[in-house]
Ligand binder design. Sequence first.
Ligand code: 3HC
Length: 308
Amino acid sequence: MSEEQKLQEFQKRIDAGEIIEPKDWMPEKYKKQLVRMMSQHAHSEIVGMLPEGNWITRAPNLRRKMALIAKVQDEAGHGLYIYSATESFGVSRQELIDQLLEGKAKYSSIFNYPTLTWADIGVIGWLVDGAAIVNQTMLAKSSFGPYARAMIRICKEENFHKKQGFEIVATLADGTDEQKTMVQDAVNRWWQPSLMMFGPPDNDSPNSAELMRWKVKLQSNDDLRQRFVDLTVPQAKAVNLTLPDPDLKFNEETGHWDFGKIDWDEFWRVVKGSGQMNKARLKARRDAHKNGAWVREAAEAYAAKHKN
Ligand code: 3HC
């Protein structure tokens, strides 16, 4: 069968809604796109542990501390889970981790913002994990089997992340004036970066067309962003919080919430490395990797000794 015929057969499988497994024939570009997306996703999970980890020692009580420890631990597991999905393509985890440590790999720009108060932890759970749920629920139906299956497990845990975050937000929003101010300030800082998590506008998204043709992405960046806004506006109203967008207005015709312009210059600035925390995040990951070398060496020595 010629390459062209194989490509046609592959597209027929995708159009029929079939799931592609690692051993199946696939265009090189399909594999490249999946490795690109999954490695960035896995890096995002690992780097995403840092902003929240910053508050584990300062959680206001034992219950909040335990929930936050569980959440940060989950994120590590999500990262490892998605790295193993890339390994199903024969791409080594070490290679991807080296790319991150050398500053050559992308991860979600949202994690390059600082967590200034305890309210940030609630708002991250509510907005950042809430956005992740919208995106990952779609990816759970992706054409690549290992990625879609990883999303099913991850989405269950993300729902706990969002619930514990929204409970923190609702508690603060119903608290003292100082707490109300603290949580509104956090919403003001995290709202736009959360909208950016869905990627650039569809007309500036070079990967989307191919990813949608191959049903890796089943909805566009803008559609998912709109879904997230529609879900989140009523939640903010329910706890008397204001989303920082004067143009936010319900559109009776479309049934959606219209929203204002997103600062895409800020988005690309952060993606290109000039965000508030880009350097700190990379340093933290490099330090952890260096300081954790003894654990890897001990595990390798133990595995070598107990090989059979
Ligand atoms: N941060 C950093 N880079 C981003 C980005 C973001 N929020 N959005 C887009 N980009 C990059 C893309 O990677 C691409 O660059 P590349 O070609 O060099 O990789 C470029 O901007 C153009 O964007 P496209 O829209 O063409 O890229 P995609 O089609 O890949 O769409 C995406 C971007 C929506 C992020 C998509 O890759 C995706 O859905 N990825 C899987 C989900 C994911 O990675 N989520 C990240 C958050 S993980 C998380 O939230 C953890 C949770 O526990 C809190």
